[in-house]
Design a protein around this ligand. Sequence first.
Ligand code: SAM
Length: 428
Amino acid sequence: MIKARSIIPIVFATTRAKGSLPAPRPPEGRVSDEATSQSTRLANNANQVAGYSGVPVTGGSSGVHVGPTLASGIVPERYFQGEPVSDSLFIADAMQRPLRDLRISVTDRCNLRCSYCMPREVFDQEYVFLPRAEMLSFEEVERLAKLFIRLGVQKIRLTGGEPLLRRSIEHLIEKLARLQSTAGKPMEIALTTNAVLLSNKAKSLKDAGLSRISVSLDGLSEETFHRMSDSDVSVKVVLDGIAAAQRVGFAPLKVNMVLKRGVNDHEIMPMADHFRNSGIILRFIEYMDVGSSNGWRMDDVITAKEIFQLINQHHPLQAVEPGYLGEVAERWQYADGSGEIGLIASVTQAFCDECTRARLSTDGKLYTCLFATDGADLRKPLRLGADDQILGRLIADYWQQRNDRYSQLRNTATASTRQKIEMSYIGG
Ligand code: SAM
């Protein structure tokens, strides 16, 4: 994969010679005719992306107008699902995956120390979190978000760390909620939280324009919750936060439960029973080898299949059609109509083929995979005064070179040896 380092010089070169961007590099290796024509189309497309402020771009390719025909030729038709293909600048990566979702980590700090995410041995008193000056400001996040939207992003999720720890997060939500997709629809702004601070914040988040909330909760008994979160916070605080969010109208609320064998798997049925008939969708997530600090072992993973079998024995389940292409959770409903659950088989049935997600770290690096080792620094050119044209080109280039599919290639060796960035920093 071409690394961020090899892209940045293009940025600085183009900063000096605005309007004369080189064409993006063709993919490495032997290139078939089909790949050549694909890469020509990508080049034309990227060139148009580079010129999307309206400035005609020369050098490299012809600056072909990226209208519906060309756009849908790059991003496979199946991604449009009958939507009108607007005159926007869709881009696809090396595996033809469009850019549709953006996760933004707004802080690398958290008020819990979940053993599978931010183990206390690593994230202790000595750990140095990002100083404020290194974090993107709300204005910087908004500016980058607009550029991602121009390239096809339709949903933005704020995460972390714990996003509710970021002071005045509502102000960022207000800014983002005002944005529209290229098709003119309001931008969907979602938030993932451990809900420790949600009781007091639910109303202001709703008023700021937040569309959806997902709450993480790994057990109902105090003992299990303490073991998973390595904190003194009571489960009641989280449940109160969930209730507050429901009261102000967040629906359907989702609750995510990560399962670790021998630690909280005995809570699958209590959690399922608790959230049946509540209107809340409980989603079970396979424990993943994110970051390099959680000591992941395949033996610790409770598979989606095991979870399905257990719940189905007690309450028969029926499949539900995915809501959209690339939905990561397999959806099931209780046959008796008492609600819906989701199974996220991120380890046993990797969904890399349809992953349309980019991640922006707290300090402004663009990552194209949760398991990445490196990202493209957007903050540096942004703070050096790069204009939208250049920043947009940097994002487009990086996405178009993307070929990550870590979860499909995962094996015990990659899980333990590869240095991956931590989830709290990149955003879960
Ligand atoms: N602090 C927020 C929260 O707790 O929801 C947002 C950040 S947290 C990193 C986002 C989600 O990632 C949580 O649902 C958490 O359970 C999940 N997560 C973290 N580490 C994980 C791992 N190793 N495997 C699976 N899910 C993980």
